[in-house]
Write a protein that binds this ligand. Structure first.
Ligand code: ZN
Length: 304
């Protein structure tokens, strides 16, 4: 188990009062220091992703738009929620690069599991379209890249962020090699692809007020059999912690124990199907304490 991060992920700036702010990551990294996890696990500094890798999932128009938006100073909106500052492009390239470095090291057999402590998040970024605080779809780029390896025939992307992983679904909806499971509050942003019917897309809607037992039943009924039958060679996790009861952006009532539970379930499946190989990356989570404690639980479970 190893951690990938980069200090420049903190340099992606947003307007005052924006939820997806730099201190999400500084607080998480400080929490991992304070709890001692940072001393127990090896840390790796991410390298930036190449444009060629990003083009595996994003259209050239998307990449040109990102280039065009990056300001010399100040902030520019990509959409009403999604902002670009002078360092945003390199931060997004490092966030995606962290996931790709982790993926490559795991495919090479150097380790079994990795967690990428990065921002900006990625799962809302579609083939063409930055949205929902996301510029590049980090997990999708690595999943597409992994599938170029002969040993990786199928992958699963498991997204327990409270918002639907519309970007990941947009990218892989017609690729049966990729199973995408997404749990999300319904109705809630982004309200896209909620009704899509595809055998490789598992949509798991959660009503406002969903608590632990309902969440665990929904995941056990919809995700676990799908992963079992897909038999992935590598599992990716879009790890958002905004379904926590304290999160200000949603109304789902999970606790940190639920993140331990779901991670343990995924670890069990990974051990059964893909030699334990899991690459996880931070997506959402907007209550600083809840995010840090939930991510800690997630990381500790990945160490099992
Ligand atoms: Zn989210």
């Amino acid at each position: 188990m190893r951690i990938y991060t980069h200090s420049k992920c903190i340099d992606h700036l947003v307007p005052e009062g924006h939820s997806e702010r730099p201190d999400r990551l500084t607080h998480l990294l400080a929490h991992l220091e304070q709890t001692g996890i940072a001393r127990e696990l090896p840390y790796f500094e991410a390298s930036p992703i190449s444009k060629e890798r990003a083009l595996l999932v994003h259209k050239s128009k998307h990449m040109e738009e990102l280039d065009r938006l990056v300001p010399e100073q100040g902030l520019v909106p990509a959409d009403p929620d999604t902002w670009v500052s002078p360092e945003s492009k390199i931060a997004a390239e490092l966030a995606a690069g962290a996931v790709l470095d982790a993926t490559n090291s795991i495919i090479r057999g150097e380790d079994k599991r990795a967690f990428c402590a990065v921002r900006p998040p990625g799962h809302h970024a579609e083939m063409t379209g930055m949205m929902g605080f996301c510029l590049l779809n980090s997990i999708a780029i690595s999943a597409a890249s992994a599938l170029e390896h002969q040993s990786i025939k199928r992958v699963a992307i498991l997204d327990f962020d409270v918002h639907h992983g519309n970007g990941t679904v947009d990218i892989f909806k017609d690729d049966p090699r990729v199973l995408v499971c997404s749990s999300y509050q319904d109705p809630l942003y982004p309200n896209r692809y909620f009704d899509l019917v595809k055998s490789n897309i598992i949509n798991t809607p959660l009503v406002e007020g969903t608590h632990s037992q309902q969440f665990r039943s929904a995941i056990s009924d919809s995700w676990l059999p799908a992963i079992e039958s897909h038999q992935p060679d590598l599992i990716f996790i879009s790890a958002g912690f905004d379904a926590h009861e304290l999160d200000p952006l949603a109304q789902i009532n999970l606790s940190k124990d639920d993140f331990t539970w779901i991670t343990n379930e995924i670890v069990t499946l990974a051990n059964a199907h893909c030699e334990g190989r899991i690459v996880s990356a931070l997506e959402g989570g907007y209550h600083l304490e809840a995010l840090a404690e939930s991510a800690q639980c997630h990381i500790e479970s990945l160490c099992e």
